[in-house]
Each structure stands twice: as C-alpha cells, then as structure tokens.
Design a protein around this ligand. Structure first.
Ligand code: NDP
Length: 436
C-alpha cells in the first residue's frame, strides 16, 4: 500500500487474487523463496506519456497516456487500451494485473498488460478521434511489436480507434506488421468473431456453469448492464441460446424491455449512430421503461442470470442483495471487476454460481491470440471455425477453474479456481525462467 499510494482499484484486484493463494503457497515453498508474488505485483515496465492533440476548433488539449507491461512470462505483453476520463495509473494497473491471470487461463502464449488514456471520446468528431489516436501512437509505437507488446481495444477503443492506431504505427515504422494490434477490421488482418468474442465467451461460460448444475440458459430471464461491445454480443449469444434478455444500460440510465431487447435496434443506435440507451427506449415503443441511473440500479430488475458488462465496481453489496432477493442463480462478469468484494461475498453466501471476469470474459483476449495466430501464418479462418475454437477455449477455462477449485477443497468456487489456476501456470514459468 505504501509503495502504490492511492491506487485503490489495483489494491482491490491484488487483494482478491492473494486471498485465494494461501493454500498454493503453503504447498509450494519455492514460490515464497523466489518471491514470485512480490515480483508479480511489480510491473515489468510502466510507461506514462504526454498526448497532445488539437480539436476541430484548433484548441490544443493535453492528455495522459499509459501502458503498463506487467508480465511477459507466458508470451508478449497482451491487453487492451481504454480511453475514458476515469483512467489513471491505479486503474491501468488493476486491469494489467488481472490480465496476467486471465491470459494464463486461456492456455495461449500471451503475457499481461493494459494501457489507455484519460481522453474522453464522447462527443468527439471522427477527425478528432483520429488525431488523438495518431498522437497516442506516435509515442507508444516504440514499445510495441508482435513479439513485444500487442494492444487491443477496451472501453472507448473499438475497431475505428484500432484502425487509426494501426495506420499510424504502419506509417511511422514502415512495416505492415499485422500482429502488432488485435481487433483489426476483417479486410486488413482482423479475425472473425473478435468483435463478438468477449460477450459470446461470457455467455458460453455461463452456459457451462449452469450445465455443471444440471441446468441451461433456455428460458432464463437475463439482466445485462452496459451497451457497448461486451454487452451487445453477450445479449446476442444469450438470445441464441434461448434466454430472454430484458435490460441494457449506459452511465446515464438503463432500459427494461419486457418483450426482450431488440438487438437490431440496439446495434443501430449504439454501433451505427453512437447514441444512448435512452434513444433505444424512445424508438422501441411505449412498453419499454427507461430509468435514470441516479434513481435506481439495473440490478433491481428481477432476473435468473446477471451479466455485468459495463465497468469496474458497478455491482455493489446492495445490488447483489437485491439480485439474491429476486432469485438470481448465476452471475458472470463480462466486464473487469464489476462486482465489489462485498457483492462477491453476498453471492458466495447465497450459493449463487459466480464467474469472475478473469475467467468469464477471457474469450476476448483468447480470440485476440487467435487473431495473432492467423496473422503469423498469413491465414484467415471462417466464422464457424473461429467460434468453435472460442467455445472450446471457454469450456477449457470453465473446467480448469472448476477442477482447480475442487482440488483445493473449494468446490464450486470459481473465484478461487480462476485465481489459483491462472497463478500456478505463471508461477511455474517464472520459476523456470530464473530471476528476471
Ligand atoms: P465499450 O466502450 O464498448 O462499452 C462500455 C459500456 O459500459 C458503455 O455502455 C458505457 O456507457 C458503460 N460504462 C462505461 N463506464 C461506465 C460507468 N462508469 N458507469 C456506467 N456505465 C459505464 O466497452 P467494452 O464493452 O469493450 O468494455 C466493457 C467492460 O468489459 C470493461 O470492463 C472492459 O474492461 C471489459 N472487457 C472488454 C473486453 C473487450 O473485448 N472489449 C475484453 C474483456 C473485458 P457510456 O457510453 O455511458 O460510457
């Protein structure tokens, strides 16, 4: 705490992982001797840089850019970039730390990193977004490379931003290095299913969790938060598997659509028009309720399955209690750390199946690793093949978490299972690679 003052989210993420690791460290004294945990908590490299840019009226703005390269033990640094005014070092470090274990759980050769900027893309023109991305990459490019560090998207960074970042990287380096960024467009090195992967993967994980309890998603009432990349494709896959999804949200409010979310309309409003969920409510018809987030929380809407897919700490102990009261049976985190520690405790005490983000939302980064494989072999796979690979990976992550929790005497505890399984693989590789 003294070493990293004020980094609240980073402390929260570290505490959550370390709380699970006691039995592993007790079983393997070499982990303590080699100071594996101390080393893992200190990023290999942290970059903070100035990002100056001009808006359409000619005014100059100065933002702060970040890239925290946490661990290259299992492969090149890998993790997304977030553009949101709330971004600071503590948030980037929490995300980068989580990413180490998430990437390890995928079983694919990728290390952990995260980055971004406190730039707020909301309301900015296309030209402003492009100038910002170009300025951001003009500093960051020197630290990237397909064998070094491979960023992707996150909140506020979608295929448009990845395009501008890739264009600038190519221009500066004079290299068409497809594998340097993932989340690219399909016509210039992107992978099928990458756009859908995090949301799809989260729902696939949920289906596995329910299957382990002899149940399925068919006919379940589902509440989703967020209306961005993760939320939209979580809704799509849940609907494909026969669930009835009744909510989505943004930072202003949420909608309750008892007829089930109209996905075509939601995509039109969010992906094409870059509008708000209040616009969805206005256009969808009088049966839809739009509720301001200042007055109540989306988690008060009764549901069987909850998929928090917006941002960190959006589901509190109080929200969890409301969900439990209304009979929720499964919760899977599409977002990173959306549930507070108090919320996780409430779910655990109530026996709710709870999937932490580092397991449930790993489908996005896993498909990014598949994009890197396709780039390296100058190949591109079909949608069906890639989705099948994603489903296999999500099943593998589920089974690994489930069996690890069992092995350590914590049956059904996916938090412990994910933390321990993710850690074991990294620790073993760190021991093998010596003191670096
Ligand atoms: P998007 O930018 O596409 O969407 C984010 C959504 O969350 C928007 O609806 C946004 O609403 C809402 N949101 C953001 N901040 C807040 C806030 N402070 N309060 C309430 N709502 C908020 O991002 P993604 O869908 O890509 O990411 C969502 C989450 O999933 C993040 O936690 C991210 O780290 C995680 N994730 C994403 C992956 C990916 O592949 N994209 C991979 C793994 C995890 P508004 O428009 O009002 O800001």
């Amino acid at each position: 705490l003294r070493r990293n003052p004020g980094e609240i989210e980073f402390h929260q993420a570290v505490r959550e992982v370390l709380e699970s690791l006691g039995p592993v460290v007790a079983k393997h004294p070499e982990i303590s001797h080699a100071k594996i945990i101390e080393r893992l908590c200190e990023p290999e490299r942290q970059l903070i840089f100035r990002v100056p840019w001009t808006d359409d009226s000619g005014e100059i703005h100065v933002n702060r850019g970040f890239r925290v390269e946490f661990s290259s033990t299992l492969g090149p640094y890998k993790g997304g970039l977030r553009f949101h005014p709330s971004v600071n070092l503590g948030i980037v470090k929490f995300l980068g730390f989580e990413q180490i274990f998430k990437n390890s759980l995928t079983g694919l050769p990728i290390g952990g990193a995260k980055g971004g900027s406190d730039f707020d893309p909301k309301g900015r023109s296309d030209a402003e977004i492009m100038r910002f991305c170009q300025s951001f990459m003009t500093e960051l490019y020197r630290y990237l490379g397909e064998y070094t560090d491979v960023p992707a998207g996150d909140i506020g960074v979608g295929s448009r931003e990845i395009g501008y970042l890739f264009g600038q990287y190519k221009r500066i380096t004079n290299r068409y290095e497809s594998g340097v960024l993932t989340g690219k467009g399909l016509s210039w090195g992107g992978s099928q299913v990458r756009r859908e992967a995090t949301g799809y993967g989260c729902v696939m994980f949920t289906a596995e969790m329910l299957r382990a309890r002899g149940d399925s998603l068919e006919g379940k009432r589902v509440a989703v938060s967020g209306a961005g990349n993760v939320a939209i494709y979580a809704i799509e896959k849940a609907q494909q598997l026969g669930a009835h999804v009744v909510t989505c949200s943004d930072s202003n409010g949420y909608v309750v659509d008892e007829k089930g979310i109209d996905l075509e309309l939601l995509k039109q409003v969010k992906e094409v028009e870059r509008g708000r969920v209040s616009d969805y409510a206005k256009r969808r018809g009088s049966h839809v309720r739009y509720i301001d987030s200042a007055s109540s929380s989306v988690w008060e809407v009764p549901c069987d399955v909850a998929l928090p897919s917006a941002t960190q700490n959006e589901l509190t102990g109080r929200d969890a209690a409301a969900l439990v009261r209304n009979g929720v049976m499964a919760v899977a985190e599409g977002a990173n750390m959306p549930t507070t520690p108090e919320g996780i405790r409430v779910f655990s005490e109530a026996g709710v199946a709870f999937a932490p983000g580092k397991a449930a939302n790993a489908g996005g980064v896993a498909t990014s690793a598949l994009e890197m494989q396709q780039n390296a072999s100058r190949d591109s796979w079909s949608f069906e093949h890639t989705e099948r690979r994603l489903a296999e990976i999500m099943r593998h992550i589920h089974d690994t978490c489930y069996e690890t929790a069992d092995r350590y005497g914590r049956p059904g505890d996916y938090v412990a299972g994910a933390n321990i399984a993710g850690f074991e693989m990294v620790a073993e590789a760190m021991l093998a690679q010596g003191l670096i």
